[in-house]
Write a protein that binds this ligand. Structure first.
Ligand code: SF4
Length: 231
């Protein structure tokens, strides 16, 4: 039964990625090493070498994510371009607001996300024609209207969400069937993993994104990478 559900989804995913490689070059996959991104890493690294892979290292990631990054480097023979935040912006922020200033207000949280994620993303996408994410509709209230593709007017390029209609079960079935490495935090009730100080475990039944910025209202819970297009 699982196989019957998954195979058509894998086939469709490969068609989308093949189309992106052929018609939207240069394209890049934004990899944050979550479970969904590991599905895409596995398929892109094995079959679509012309699609570049990059990650944003905020400097505040959990050790378990760095361990996974190392594992991915050893298992797949594709480079993962790593972008760091501008060091002087981080220095100024931490000097002014402290290393954990993001807990004080949504504004300070968003400023930190801007420095550590949004600005590096702009650099990562410069010169690209398309970018690919592992977002799924089911993940949160902010992602209910997620489409397979949309023109991202913020970055002026096409944006593809080829796992938009995958369920959490599909993702984990793929990972298990293909023996794909994943973040061990997922086994400790962290369905969505970001920076260490802004991510915590959830209890069964809670929204999968509820462990991210848990002190904020659900409607504000995006980091600025995906908000403008509501996708
Ligand atoms: Fe800063 Fe937290 Fe955003 Fe990471 S998730 S960039 S630590 S506010």
């Amino acid at each position: 039964m699982n196989e019957q559900v998954l195979q058509p989804k894998i086939k469709q995913l490969r068609e989308v990625l093949g189309n992106i490689q052929q018609n939207y070059s240069p394209a890049a996959f934004a990899n944050s090493f979550g479970a969904e991104d590991m599905v895409l890493t596995d398929i892109i690294a094995r079959y679509y070498p012309e699609i570049g892979i990059f990650t944003l290292d905020t400097g505040r990631l959990p050790q378990e994510t760095y361990d996974l990054m190392q594992k991915v480097k050893e298992r797949y023979s594709v480079p993962i371009h790593t972008y760091f935040p501008d060091f002087s912006s981080v220095e100024n922020y931490v000097t002014q607001y402290g290393p954990n200033g993001f807990y004080e207000s949504v504004d300070l949280r968003k400023r930190c996300c801007y420095i550590r994620k949004v600005e590096p993303l702009k650099r990562a996408l410069a010169g690209k024609r398309a970018w690919i994410t592992g977002m799924r509709r089911e993940q949160s209230t902010t992602r209910e209207e997620l489409k397979l593709s949309v023109f991202d007017d913020v970055h002026g390029i096409h944006k593809f969400n080829p796992l938009c209609d995958w369920s959490e079960k599909d993702v984990w079935n793929y990972i298990k069937q293909h023996n794909v490495p994943y973040n061990v935090l997922h086994d400790r009730f962290y369905p969505s993993i970001g920076c260490a100080p802004c991510t915590r475990a959830i209890t069964p039944g809670e929204d999968v994104r509820s462990g991210r910025w848990w002190w904020e209202n659900p409607d504000s819970k995006e980091c600025g990478l995906h908000t403008r297009n509501k996708i």
